[in-house]
Design a protein around this ligand. Structure first.
Ligand code: THU
Length: 154
């Protein structure tokens, strides 16, 4: 199954190109001695400010934090909860752009449906998608302060 569309880098808005470049810069700070797989991310908040993140691994593998969650936690902990888009840069795996893990999809979707731009370090193309496209039927909080498994009746 394919999600989103592949767009040439020079066809993207300036704002999006900048976000992808910021993601690539953040990737250089990746602490990934175990996987050697560097990931960078940049989250554009509704107020125009950006929070960047990289993956931070640990000898206790399961406590590793992905780049996307790193950026998200920085933003939320600094009072930002509304987002325009997120950029993610990582190497391709088997020729395919690297899409966020399930945990990151869940964390990002908590804050609504916003644009996701995924590129590899060569920045030739970006996969353009959204948080909800990446995680259909997401588990999320209901609108009346209760919890509903999905907004969509099944
Ligand atoms: N990783 C991310 O940071 N983001 C993703 O979207 C996928 C995976 C990290 C976690 C781990 O440090 C390394 O990549 C290999 O899984």
């Amino acid at each position: 199954m394919s999600v989103g569309s592949l767009i040439d880098f020079d066809q993207l808005d300036e704002e999006v190109q900048k976000l992808i470049r910021e993601s690539a810069s953040a990737r250089s700070f990746s602490y990934s001695p175990y996987s050697k797989f560097k990931v960078g991310s940049a989250l554009l908040c509704e107020d125009g400010s950006v929070r960047t993140g990289c993956n931070v691994e640990n000898a206790s593998f399961s406590v590793t934090i992905c780049a996307e969650r790193c950026a998200l936690i920085k933003a939320v902990s600094e009072g930002r909860q509304r987002f325009r888009s997120i950029g993610i840069v990582a190497d391709r795996i088997d020729g395919r752009l690297t899409t966020p893990c399930g945990v990151c999809r869940q964390m990002l979707s908590e804050f609504g449906d916003f644009a996701v731009y995924i590129a590899s370090p060569d920045m030739r193309q970006a996969l353009v998608t959204t948080t909800h496209e990446l995680l259909p039927h997401v588990f999320r909080k209901g609108s009346k302060n209760n919890f509903e498994s999905s907004s969509m009746p099944v």
